[in-house]
Design a protein around this ligand. Structure first.
Ligand code: 28F
Length: 636
C-alpha cells in the first residue's frame, strides 16, 4: 500500500476498525437482517440524492456471487480534494466513520437523511467495495478491501459528458456475517416501500443469480398508491384515497388514508423514509387531528346528537389504512429502542395540516364523511358492548382463580421454559395428540369447528368466542392492557394442523389472532408451526416419511421405484395413529418446527401477508397458500 497514506490515515483506519470490532453497534446485528441493512445503507444515500431533487433512478442488482451493485443517476459523489483531509471527498465518504452515525447504542437506526453516512460502515464490513463516479465526462474509480483504500481515486475512463451518477458494488465480509446470501423478496419488499415513500423515484431490482428476477417500482402517486396497495384484497368503504400535504415549522408532512370494511387499524408512520414502529409525535399529531376533525364534523352535521358521547379515536380508526410520512432536518428519537419520534414541532405540523385539509375534504365530500361517521358510530356501540363482555369474563376469572379451559390436557411440569402447548384443530386429531404426547411437558388444546377470523369480527364477538377464550386462558398472559408476557405458561406455542390447504387456512386464522392480540409472542419467538408429513412410504417392512413432493421423489429415487412401494398420502392428522404422530411431528428429537417470525424492517408487508390470506378475494389467498405449502415455510 502506498506510503502517501500517513499519520492521519492510521486514525481513520482505527475508526473503521471499531466498526469491524462491534458491527452490531452500526448495523444492528450480523445476522441476515444486518446483511440486508448494508444494501439499505447504500440505497438510502442514493435516495437522499433523489430527495434533494437530483436523482430519479436507482438500480439495484444482486450479482451471481452475492455481491450487490447499486447505481444512481444523481450528481455523483464529489471527487475533488478536501483540504482538511488532504484527499478526495469520495475517499472521505467511504473511509471516515461519520460522527453521529445512523445507529445509537441500542443498535437501531436513529437518523436518516444524512448524505453519505453509512457508506463507510458498509465499506468496513465488505471484503471488497468498488465505487465509480460519472462526472464531467470522466469515470472516477476507487477500490477498497475491508475498508482500506487500495489506491487513491483514479480516472479509469470516459463517459458521455451529460452522464452523472454513482455506482457502488460490494461483497459482504464472510468473517463478519453469519449469513451472506441475499434474499430477493426481503429486498423487494423494502425497495417497494422506499419507492412508495419517494414519489417519482424509479427503483429497479434485479437478481442475476440462478433464479433470475427483475422488478421495477415507480409510483407517481407516492403514498396514495401505498394505501391502495395495502388495501388490495380488502373492500374500501369509498373510492377516494384522502391525501394531505404541507410544510410547517421545517416539517414536511404527507398523509394518505382510506377506510376498508374490516375492523383493524393499519397505520404506518415514517420519518425521513424510516419506519417508526413505535410512532411518536408525528403519529400523535395525526391521531389528534383525526379525532377532533371527525367529532367536529359529526356534531356540526347532527350525525352525533348533543346527548351522545364523543367518538373515541379508535372508533374513527376502525378499518383505517393510513401512511404518515414526515421529512425533518434533525430528527430526535426516543424510547428504549430509539424508534419513537420525539420532535415536538412534528406533532403540531401534522395536526395543523391534517386538521385543515381533512376538514375541507369532508365539507366537499359529504357522502364519504357520512360513511366514515356511520362506521365510527357502530364501532363506538360495539366497544361499549365489548367492555361489558370483558368485565364479565374478568369477574368470572377472578372468582374461578383463572380456571383453565376444560378441553386443555395440561402438562405436569410447571416451568414455562420446559413447556409446550399444541393447538390442534378438531377433536379426533386432538385425541391422537393427547395419546401421543409426552405428558410431562406437552399440553394439548383441541379447538373445535371454524376458528373465528378476528379481522372480520368486532371486539364484542371476539371476546365471546369460546376457542379464543380457551387460548387466552391457556396461555396465561391476558391480552391488550392486561397482557403480561412473564405470565406465559408455555415457551413453545405450536400450531398443528393438517398439511393441506384447509390446514394452512386454519394456521393463518390462529396466527392472525396471535399477531393482532399478542404480537409480543411472535416478536419474542414463542410461536411455531408443526410440520406433519405428507406421505408415508412402506417397503420391505421399512418406513419413510416425506414432508414434501420433492422429498418423496428423493426417497423413491433412493429405494427404487417398483411395485413393492406402498405410498400413503396423509389427508389429515387424524389418519395417523398416536405413535406415528409422535415420531413424525411431536418428538422433539425428530420433528421439524417452523418458528414464526416477523421482519421489523419491512413492517408493512407483514399485514399484507395476513391481508392476502384473510381478505375476501380468494385468488391471492390461494396463491399464497400454495406458494408457502410448496416451500414448507410460513415466514410472516
Ligand atoms: C449508489 C449509492 O451514494 N449517491 C450519492 C451523492 C451526491 C452528493 C453527495 C452523495 C460531499 C462531501 C459529503 C454531489 N454534489 N449512491 C450514492 N450521491 N453524496 S452519495 O455529497 C456528499 C457530501 O461530503 C453531492 C453536490 N453535493 C452533494
Amino acid at each position: 500500500m502506498g506510503t502517501e497514506y500517513g499519520a492521519d490515515q492510521i486514525q481513520i483506519l482505527e475508526g473503521l476498525e471499531a466498526v469491524r470490532k462491534r458491527p452490531g453497534m452500526y448495523i444492528g446485528s450480523t445476522s441476515v437482517r444486518g446483511l440486508h441493512h448494508l444494501v439499505y445503507e447504500i440505497v438510502d444515500n442514493a435516495v437522499d440524492e433523489a430527495l434533494a431533487g437530483f436523482c430519479d433512478m436507482i438500480d439495484v442488482t444482486i450479482n451471481e456471487d452475492n455481491s450487490i451493485t447499486v447505481l444512481d443517476d444523481g450528481r455523483g459523489i464529489p471527487v475533488d480534494i478536501q483540504k482538511k483531509a488532504g484527499k478526495s471527498a469520495l475517499e472521505v465518504v467511504f473511509t471516515i466513520l461519520h460522527a453521529g452515525g445512523k445507529f445509537g447504542g441500542g443498535g437501531y437506526k436513529v437518523s436518516g437523511g444524512l448524505h453519505g453516512v453509512g457508506a463507510s460502515v458498509v465499506n468496513a464490513l465488505s471484503e471488497w467495495l468498488d465505487v465509480e463516479v460519472y462526472l464531467n465526462g470522466k469515470i472516477y474509480h476507487q477500490r477498497y478491501a475491508r475498508g482500506k483504500a487500495l489506491k487513491p481515486v483514479e480516472i479509469t475512463g470516459e463517459c458521455p459528458p451529460d452522464q452523472h451518477g454513482t455506482k457502488v458494488s460490494f461483497l459482504p465480509d464472510k468473517e463478519i456475517f453469519e449469513e451472506t446470501v441475499f434474499d430477493y423478496d426481503t429486498l423487494k419488499i423494502r425497495l417497494r416501500e422506499t419507492a412508495f415513500l419517494t414519489k417519482n423515484l424509479k427503483i429497479v431490482l434485479r437478481d442475476n443469480r440462478e433464479e433470475k428476477h427483475e422488478r421495477t417500482f415507480h409510483y407517481e402517486g407516492g403514498i396514495r398508491e401505498f394505501v391502495t396497495y395495502l388495501n388490495k384484497g380488502k373492500a374500501p368503504l369509498y373510492e377516494n384515497v384522502l391525501y394531505c400535504e404541507g410544510k410547517k415549522d421545517g416539517v414536511y408532512v404527507e398523509v394518505s388514508m382510506q377506510h376498508n370494511d374490516s375492523y383493524t387499524e393499519n397505520i404506518y408512520s415514517f420519518v425521513n423514509n424510516i419506519n417508526t414502529p413505535e410512532g411518536g409525535t408525528h403519529l400523535a399529531g395525526f391521531k389528534n387531528a383525526l379525532t377532533k376533525t371527525f367529532n367536529d364534523y359529526a356534531r356540526k352535521n347532527k350525525l352525533l346528537k348533543d346527548n351522545e358521547a364523543n367518538l373515541a379515536g379508535e372508533d374513527i380508526r376502525e378499518g383505517l389504512t393510513a401512511i404518515i410520512s414526515v421529512k425533518i432536518e434533525d430528527p430526535q428519537f426516543e424510547g428504549q429502542t430509539k424508534q419513537k419520534l420525539g420532535n415536538s414541532e412534528a406533532r403540531g405540523a401534522v395536526d395543523a395540516i391534517v386538521s385543515e385539509q381533512l376538514t375541507y375534504f369532508l365539507e366537499q365530500n359529504p357522502a364519504v364523511a357520512k360513511v366514515i361517521c356511520e362506521k365510527s358510530i357502530l364501532a363506538q356501540r360495539a366497544r361499549a358492548a365489548a367492555r361489558k363482555a370483558r368485565d364479565l369474563t374478568r369477574r368470572k376469572t377472578a372468582l374461578d382463580g383463572m380456571a383453565l379451559p376444560g378441553k386443555l390436557a395440561d402438562c405436569s411440569d410447571k416451568d414455562p421454559v420446559n413447556c409446550e402447548i399444541y393447538i390442534v384443530e378438531g377433536d379426533s386429531a386432538g385425541g391422537s395428540a393427547k395419546d401421543a404426547r409426552n405428558k410431562a411437558n406437552q399440553a394439548i388444546l383441541p379447538l373445535r369447528g371454524k376458528i373465528l377470523n378476528v379481522e372480520k369480527a368486532r371486539l364484542d364477538k371476539i371476546y365471546a368466542n369460546a376457542e379464543i377464550k380457551a387460548m387466552i386462558t391457556a396461555f396465561g398472559t391476558g391480552i391488550h392492557d392486561d397482557f403480561d408476557i412473564t405470565k406465559l405458561r408455555y415457551h413453545k406455542i405450536i400450531i398443528m394442523t393438517d398439511a393441506d390447504v384447509d390446514g394452512a387456512h386454519i394456521s393463518t386464522l390462529l396466527l392472525t389472532f396471535i399477531y393482532r392480540f399478542m404480537p409480543e409472542l411472535i416478536k419474542q419467538g414463542y410461536v411455531y408451526l408443526a410440520q406433519p408429513p405428507l406421505y408415508k412410504l412402506e417397503k420391505n417392512k421399512r418406513i419413510w416419511y416425506a414432508y414434501s413432493e420433492e422429498e418423496l421423489d428423493q426417497i423413491l429415487k433412493e429405494v427404487g421405484r417398483d411395485n413393492n412401494n406402498k405410498i400413503q398420502r396423509y389427508k389429515g392428522l387424524g389418519e395417523m395413529d398416536a405413535e406415528q404422530l409422535w415420531e413424525t411431528t411431536m418428538d422433539p428429537e425428530r420433528r421439524i418446527l417452523l418458528r414464526v417470525t416477523m421482519d421489523e424492517d419491512t413492517m408493512s408487508e407483514l399485514d399484507l401477508t395476513f391481508t392476502t390470506l384473510m381478505g375476501d378475494q380468494v385468488e391471492p389467498r390461494r396463491e399464497f397458500i400454495e406458494a408457502n405449502a410448496k416451500y414448507g415455510t410460513l415466514d410472516i
